[in-house]
Design a protein around this ligand. Structure first.
Ligand code: KG4
Ligand code: ZN
Length: 336
């Protein structure tokens, strides 16, 4: 087998239409078109997301090829996100990838989106990456998941959220205090000028390595409903800092628990919430206090993107693990 492969990767699981070209583990291009249409609804509207993917997929793939200076006929394998995600959105990517695989007569590789988030740490231009086995925390708008990664094709879920995702907690609570969607990065910014100890919000008591954020959401909602608009306005920074502090404490507690149970001090932290500056600060402290080491994919590989699908495909390609044209996309596609 030729040891150099050009991979075209497609990601359409939620509201980002993305295509990337990789030469082995090196990204030549990674185009992400984030759908703005959902902003006015305060969350992703699945029907609109699929239509936008349908409109954007061809131009986005063309742009990825052109930026990488690669012609379609040079591509050796096509990778796509099979799940989990919004079904209509996934179907756009899988149908496109399968059609291209037939017309170019090249193999296809199906990828689990959550595995791809974690493996994005192995894209060549990241600063550092852990050796296997390691633990991973994926925190995004749709998922909160702790995973034990034995190898690039062997994952075991240790815990996940029982209700809302960490990003959802940021976004939904942010909406309650009048912030735009997605509220996570806005809260991160406002919190920099606030006191994290100003207000105390409830932390759930969830057994094992699972998470829950719905109790915090209800607690926050009740607190906000009991206050005037003026109070919220004049305490905005403190509210953001205290909310952020609670979410981050919930995540840090579970990281410590997972370390104690599995005796693996290396954690990959990925998904949109991993961009949170307070979380990063607290994780840095963990390195000193508990010898727990964390690895972050570059921000451009941390939020939804096709380069991460490409790197996951590269690992499968090396082991000749190919998909079938009859593989069905699935909104619930467990990581292990
Ligand atoms: O991984 P992602 O881009 O998309 C998926 O949900 O799959 O994650 C988006 C989530 C949103 O909930 C957003 O509010 C959150 O990541 N987020 C942040 C920050 N940047 C993005 N949350 C807290 N602090 C941030 N700096
Ligand atoms: Zn994602």
């Amino acid at each position: 087998m030729n040891d150099e492969i050009l991979i075209l990767a497609i990601e359409t699981s939620c509201d980002d239409t993305s295509a990337a070209i990789l030469k082995n583990d090196m990204v030549l291009s990674n185009i992400v078109s984030s759908q703005k249409i959902h902003e006015i609804y305060g969350g992703v509207v699945p029907e609109l997301a699929s239509r936008e993917h349908d409109k954007l997929i061809v131009p986005v793939v063309k742009e990825a090829l052109s930026k990488a200076n690669i012609s379609l006929t040079e591509i050796g394998v096509i990778a796509y996100t099979r799940g989990p995600g919004l079904l209509g959105s996934l179907l756009v990517g899988s149908s496109f990838a399968k059609s291209l695989s037939i017309s170019l007569n090249i193999p296809i590789i199906e990828i689990n989106h959550m595995q791809a988030h974690i493996l994005s740490i192995y894209i060549k231009d990241n600063i550092s990456s852990p050796k296997f086995p390691f633990l991973a925390l994926t925190v995004s708008g749709g998922h909160t998941q702790l995973v034990r990664v034995e190898s690039a094709v062997n994952f075991k879920e240790l815990g996940a959220t029982l209700d809302d995702a960490a990003g959802e907690a940021f976004d939904k609570c942010g909406k309650m205090i009048g912030l735009d969607y997605p509220a996570g990065p806005i809260i991160d910014n406002l919190a920099k000028n606030g006191n994290p100890k100003s207000f105390k919000f409830s932390k759930p008591r969830v057994e094992g390595l699972n998470f829950s954020f719905s109790g915090l959401k209800t607690n926050f909602k009740n607190f906000i409903n009991s206050k005037s608009d003026q109070f919220i306005k004049s305490n905005m920074n403190d509210l953001c800092a205290s909310l952020q502090n609670t979410i981050v404490e919930i995540l840090i507690d579970k990281i410590k628990k997972a370390y104690n149970k599995h005796d693996i001090p290396h954690f990959v932290i990925c998904g949109g919430v991993s961009a949170n500056s307070f979380l990063r600060h607290k994780l840095k402290e963990l390195e000193i206090s508990d010898n727990i080491y964390t690895y972050f994919p570059k921000v451009s590989y941390s939020t939804d993107n096709a380069a991460m699908i490409g790197i996951a495909a590269y690992f499968k390609f090396k082991q000749s693990i190919f998909g079938k044209l009859t593989d069905q996309s699935t909104s619930r596609y467990p990581i292990s």
